[in-house]
Design a protein around this ligand. Sequence first.
Ligand code: EPZ
Length: 439
Amino acid sequence: MKKSGDKRGEHYVIRGGIPLVGEVEIGGAKNAALAIVAAAIMTDETVTIDNMPDVRDTNVMLEAMQGIGVVIDRVDRHTVKINGSMVKNVNIDTDNIRKIRASYYLMGALLGKYRNAEVPLPGGCDIGSRPIDQHVKGFRALGAEVSIEGGIVKASAKRLQGAHIYMDVVTVGATINIMMAASLAEGRTIIENAAKEPHVVDVANFLNSMGANIKGAGTDVIRISGVEKLHACTYSVIPDQIEAGTFMFAAAVTQGDVLIKNVIPKHLESITAKLIEIGCEVQEFDDAVRVVASKRLRPTQIKTLPYPGYPTDMQPQAGVALALSEGVSTITESIFENRFRYVDELIKMGAAIRVEGNTAIIEGVKGFTGAHISAPDLRAGAALVIAALAAQGVTVIDNIYFIQRGYEDFDTKLRRLGAQIDEAADSKDIRKLQLRVVS
Ligand code: EPZ
C-alpha cells in the first residue's frame, strides 16, 4: 500500500485547520537558477551549479537547452554540470522553450556568445501583459539588430559595443539579459535604473565567477566591463526568497510556529516587516527565520514594488492572510496587471474581497471553509494551498501543475509541518481522499 503522499497527481486534497509546526528547509531560488543555467552556456568550459531547485520550470529549461546541444549532466538532484561548447543551433524553437518565461535569458546568453540568437517570445504565467521592449532596447543599444517575426525574437550583431542604457521601467528580466550580453561586449556598459532583486545580484556574482567584470549589482547602477571570454566555475544558487516567504505566510495563516531554514534573512525584510505589522512574531537567525502566530492577524496596507519593496510574487500569499485578519486591508498591485485571479477562488472559501482596478479591498473574515477551487498561476496557486491549510474542512485544488513549476516537494514539506495534504490523480482519487481525511 502506498504511503500518504506517494501518489503523484493533478489535484491537492487538503484538510485544513491544523497549525503548522516544525522546521522546513528552503531550496535554491528558481528565478536565479533559470538565468544562471542560461548564462552557463556563455563559456565552452564546464560549469557546475549547486543548490539547483528540482522544479518543473528549471527542468523544462534544462531540457530545452539540451535540445540545442548543451550537455547537461545531473550529478545529483541539486547539482548540475553544464557544457555549452556543443551548442549547434542559435535558433531555439521547441515546445519546451515556449512554456517558460525564462527562455528569454537564452537571448542575452546566445547574443553575447555567438552574436546571434533566435528565441520564441516567452510564455510563463498569465499574470498580465509581459512586454520585452526593455530587453530589445538594451540589445539594440549594444549594437544588435533585433526584430520579432512570427513570434520569434531575432537578434544579431557584427560586434557588440558597450553602451549607456537607461531602463524606462525597473525590470528583473531585462536587467539580467543586458548584463549577460554586455559581459561579452567590447568596452563598458552602464545600466541605469537597474533592478536590485537578490537574483540580479546572484546572476552577477555567477557571471563574475566565470570571469565577467560586473560591479554595482544590487544598486540601481550596474557597470559592466566587457571581457573576451568566460571560463568554468562552481557556483551555488542563493536560497529562494519566495519559497521562504510562502512558508512564512503559511505559518502565519495557520497560527503556527515554523522555523524556516537555509534563507538569507536580509532578502526577506519586506516580508518580515509585513508579518510583524499583522501581529506575528518573527525571529531572525544567521540563516533562518522563525515565524510564530499566536493571535488573530491584524489588517494592513500593502503595495507591491521592485526590491527592496514588497514583492509581487508574495502578493497572493499576503492576500490570503489579510482575508483572515480582523479589519479592512488593501493591497495595490503595481507590477503586473492580472495578479488577483486568486480572489474569485478565495471568495468560494468565504473571503470578502473586492477588486477595483489594481487594488483589492479586503474585509477580513473569521475563517475560511473548504471548497473545490483551481490554481490560476504559480504564486496564486501556492497562496490557495495556504488558504486551504487554514480552512475548516476539505479543499480540493485543481491545476497544481502551476505550483509544481516553482515549488519543490511543496506537499512533502508541508506534511512534515503537520499539514494534511495529498495529491490526487482523478475524481475517484479525490473522493477517496475526501472520505479518508474527514474520517
Ligand atoms: C520576473 O519576471 C520573475 N520571473 C517573476 O516571477 C516576477 O514576478 C518578476 O520578475 C518581478 O519580480 C522570472 O524570473 C522568470 P520584470 P519578469 O521584467 O522578468 C515590465 C514567478 O512567479 N516590463 O521584472 O518577466 C513588466 O510588464 C514569476 O516566479 C516592461 O514594461 O519581470 C512588469 O510590469 C512570475 N518591459 C515590470 O516591468 C520589459 O521589457 C517588471 O517585470 C520588461 C518588463
